[in-house]
Design a binder for this molecule. Sequence first.
Ligand code: BES
Ligand code: MN
Ligand code: ZN
Length: 475
Amino acid sequence: MKIAATKDMKLALESELVIAPVFEDFFPESTKGALGSAGIPAVASKVGFKGKFKQVAFTEANGHFFLLIGLGKRGGFNHEAFRRGYSEAYSRLKESVGETVAILLPGIIENEEFEAVYILKVSHYYFDRFQGEKTTFPDLKVQLVTDKGQEIVEKAERVAEATNFTRDIANMPPSRGTPSLFEKMARELPGVEVTAFGREDFINLGMGGLEGVSRAATEPGKLVIMEYGPKEKKPLLLVGKGITFDSGGISIKPSEAMDEMKFDKCGASAVLGIMKLASDLKLDRHIIGMMPLTENLPGGNAYKPGDILKHYNGKTSEILSTDAEGRLVLADALSYGVEKYDPYAVIDFATLTGACVVALGNNIAGLMGTDDNLKNQIKKASSKTWERVWELPIDQDFMDQIKSDVADIKNTGGRPGGAETAGAFLRHFVGEKPWVHLDIAGVAWTQAKTVKTPYLPHGATGFGVRLIYQYLAEN
Ligand code: BES
Ligand code: MN
Ligand code: ZN
């Protein structure tokens, strides 16, 4: 696919297909010129196209072939409506015969160019590498009609590619998407320095959480650390939970939907994708990406309920459930990263709790943390990218709920406030650093049975990549 920005409407209209936005109650200036003075309105009314939200129609007029996109009423139109409307149209490009496509924009909200390109690329991603029959789209040559230049198109392409890269590794089957694969992919990123710790290092460094959780794994567990950018600047530290398969361990999960626990590596996948993006865009920022990676499996040598593990910062945790493993590996990564790299801020991504899914559903991630400034920066970035977040509290009551009788803390506080007690657990490992924890358990992948976002067809969503790009662009 090639995407070029053009100011030349006439030239764009020579494309085999013209994608044009239509509202129910308003005709954008930007489309009026498309066909002389009557423009798109005449085309739409000819075929009785009302512009209802997500309605699409192919039609021919004046020798041009149009794909009309219904965007509903102008009032309430926002970025997400833009994305959902355009992705509806983009999904029809499979049926289209042509390979040259012009995209017209409504010209009424900020950053439409970025959205149009980003959504085009993420809606054409399919995880079909294990299928004989591929989901193919024509190799499109796209012209985006805009007064802006090519730079915004290229930025959006890079962000979309990094999102799809994240989705691709997160979608990998558990016996393929191993800690070693993550390490290999990290080592392929230009300009990224990689260090990988294994079991021996976990033991020598006193990373009891990683040691315990990885003990019964057959795929070697790893802590992969990626460093990018100018070292004289204080870094941003990103940490992503990378459980490549979460069976629950000795506290084994019910077998129903256990396949979905291949997605328990989505946090690490997001961090890997963000490092790729930093490298692709040659960002002038110092970023550390850490991925604690291991399977969580049962076995004769597995860590057990009742065990007490000692983490990198010396704190001990009593294991009440081996299925609350994510916080144990994050504890070591966070405390090591904070001590070793002295970051100005810490952000972690983790498919951490089912409780977060119950609380916020499948379109909103749980946001926790201690620093109002950092929390607000992430919230603001999120309001632009529509990777939605909602704050959950981790105050003293939740800290009290995980106090242990035999260790410093315990790895579950029971069912009440399950997302918050997990956040409170992590709080013990970030010291005084500004820190935000994102529980992405509900948003990291889509299931057939839950709310679907049309531009993210199925499987891993890549949540977090665009959010952090936006955060970095704004701060
Ligand atoms: N990876 C799971 C969380 C999860 C479950 C994410 C379902 C998405 C869907 C995590 O390791 C886990 O098992 N958490 C337990 C914690 C409990 C034992 C305190 C949970 O949420 O049930
Ligand atoms: Mn678990
Ligand atoms: Zn897990």
